[in-house]
Design a binder for this molecule. Structure first.
Ligand code: PLP
Length: 450
């Protein structure tokens, strides 16, 4: 391997990073990660940290999941690629489709449409939603609703339903016909309501009000994350998603559950929708479907929606969407192995237990440090700290301070993810009690720097 200083210098010149300012990356070179083992990663300087981020909310089974690695290697030997556009298929996508239908049966989902990642899944789901209404003769249903603070990837349709200005402003004008509802975010919301249940009711009322204003007959779908991830782990009250489902049903609007993060056990349930007792019409998945080892995703389609497409005789049900890598056999092989390991290890149970430990530890840090304004989590391994310079005004902490906390944690052996003024924790679901303790100790060390 090349000399580390050479690589750091070249990194700044050779590549641009997602979600980062190129000039900032030149000034502050990122860590060069060269190895992963279990739930830890090692950088080019030989420094090992427990990965509190789980890759990017996706390495649910850790970095040493041999069955997935073996499945990828074997499939590369046997059939490294063939397309599943009309006319050809492969045995892997069929086996995976059956497994996914079984896995998501309780969510009422029966068919899979394969993609190459989360943004692609969002795009496909939103396109299918419009098409569903067109097939049924309601061509006027074209608008999309979503939540402020929601994150749905960065393709133009996904960015249009995103609820964070950072992913929108420089790319305007985005798609017309997208409307955003206040998120059930107790720490900050336009209603100044801190009671989760009351806030859920206020957000639901805002949703219904906007539907009436726009006209239900113009709306195709509502897309939401069961727990908002990238927006800072915003956990709605248990009444919220069932309330959204009921409103969607009342007005004939499809509900798309964006489960790119929450599917496959991260919330302590097999899906975020199931956590709240809701059956969506469409569900997006990606990330943990292959443990992050191969870019892959699937949109899961409910029986009700599938029926409309499959019984169409007009031709409108033909799917005019898809990717070269839809149903990639290597990705499908990885996903099959992943799903088997996910179920064999029942990772949702460890996610629930370790998530409770993590949340308790974060709450203890809130007691200790005034800059911890809010602690969020409570459902599996999705937690966040929101850092403020003043608890009364809730003014977000500045970038330099949060960078210092990140560095302190990193040096003490914990990788965390900083997003705005949030510190996000989403480790692998196989993580041990000891490793959660290491994450908390590292974070404590980071917070003690300021
Ligand atoms: N939807 C949600 C809820 C996500 O969290 C993400 C990524 O974090 C996406 C969509 C986009 O996925 P990808 O980055 O794989 O395109």
């Amino acid at each position: 391997m090349k000399d580390q200083n050479f690589l750091k210098e070249r990194n700044a010149r050779a590549i641009w990073h997602p979600m980062a300012h190129p000039a900032d990356c030149q000034k502050n070179p990122p860590e060069i990660i060269v190895a992963g083992d279990g739930v830890s990663i090692t950088d080019i300087d030989g420094h090992t940290t427990v990965d509190g981020v789980g890759g990017l909310w996706n390495v649910n089974l850790g970095f040493s999941c041999q069955p997935v690695k073996d499945a990828i290697a074997a499939q590369l030997e046997r059939l490294p690629y063939y397309s599943i556009f009309r006319g050809t298929t492969n045995d892997l996508v069929i086996e995976l489709g059956d497994m996914l239908a079984e896995f998501f049966a309780e969510d009422g989902l029966e068919r899979a449409f394969y993609t190459s990642g989360g943004s692609d899944s969002v795009e496909i789901a939103l396109r299918l939603a419009r098409q569903y209404h067109k097939i049924r003769g309601e061509a006027g249903r074209v608008k999309y609703f979503s939540l402020k603070k929601g994150y749905h990837g960065t393709h133009t349709l996904g960015a249009s339903v995103n609820g964070n200005a950072n992913f929108r402003t420089q790319y305007e004008p985005l798609m017309p016909g997208c409307y955003h509802i206040p998120a059930p975010y107790t720490y900050r919301n336009p209603f100044n309501e801190s009671d989760p249940e009351k806030l859920a009711q206020l957000c639901l009322a805002a949703l219904e009000d906007e539907i009436k204003f726009q006209g239900a007959e113009t709306i195709a779908a509502m897309i939401m994350e069961p727990i908002l991830g990238a927006g800072g782990v915003i956990v709605p009250h248990a009444s919220f998603m069932p309330g959204v489902r009921a409103i969607c049903d009342k007005y004939g609007i499809l509900l798309v559950a964006d489960e790119v993060i929450t599917a496959f056990g991260r919330t302590g349930a097999w899906s975020g929708s199931r956590l709240w007792g809701v059956q969506p019409d469409l569900m997006t998945t990606a990330k943990a479907i292959t443990n992050g080892y191969f870019p892959f995703g699937a949109v899961m389609i409910s029986g009700r929606v599938a029926e409309v497409f499959e019984s169409d005789t007009s031709g409108k049900g033909a799917i005019g969407s898809g990717y070269t890598y839809s149903g990639h056999p290597v990705g499908a092989a990885a996903a099959i192995a992943c799903l088997k390991e996910t179920q064999r290890l029942q990772v949702k149970d460890n996610a629930a237990a370790r998530g409770a430990q993590l949340l308790a530890g974060l709450q203890a840090l809130q007691e200790k440090y005034d800059i911890v304004g809010d602690v969020r989590g409570g459902h599996g391994l999705m937690c966040a700290l929101e850092l403020v310079s003043d608890r009364t005004s809730k003014a977000p902490i500045d970038k330099a301070t949060i960078a210092k906390i990140y560095r302190g944690a990193y040096e003490a052996g914990t990788m965390v993810r900083v997003s705005g003024n949030n510190v996000i924790l989403s480790p692998s679901l196989i993580i041990s009690e000891e490793n959660i303790a290491t994450i908390l100790a590292g974070l404590d060390a980071g917070l003690s720097q300021v």
